[in-house]
Write a new protein. Sequence first.
Length: 129
Amino acid sequence: MIATLSGEAGMALVINSVRRDSGGFVTVSGQIKNGGSQSFTRTSDWRGIELKGSGESVAGATLVDKVGKKRYYVLRDTESRCLCTTGISSVDPGKSVPFFAQFPAPPASTSEVEFSLPTFNSATVKLSG
């Protein structure tokens, strides 16, 4: 586990890896857990400004390179679908769901970025790979 981001209503986002891929991407993966007592259904907040293509998704996630002063958004395929987890409409109490999101890779000199997803706090994470 690299970081745990706290969210509303007992939600937590656990980041297990932040890895540079050989193709010039960064893949963030982990789990979204519901530690609350009620089903969490505000997952549409996680898609950010994405209004088509993927429907319910974690496409609202971003990476920020504070040193390079640049924000990176989740990549899209040629049909505007995010390269990220889709189809999460709710998370029941005590349950967790896996997530991933792919971003363009920052310059090789960048060793850490800030990850954020709407409704969760942000965390600075180190890039591996």
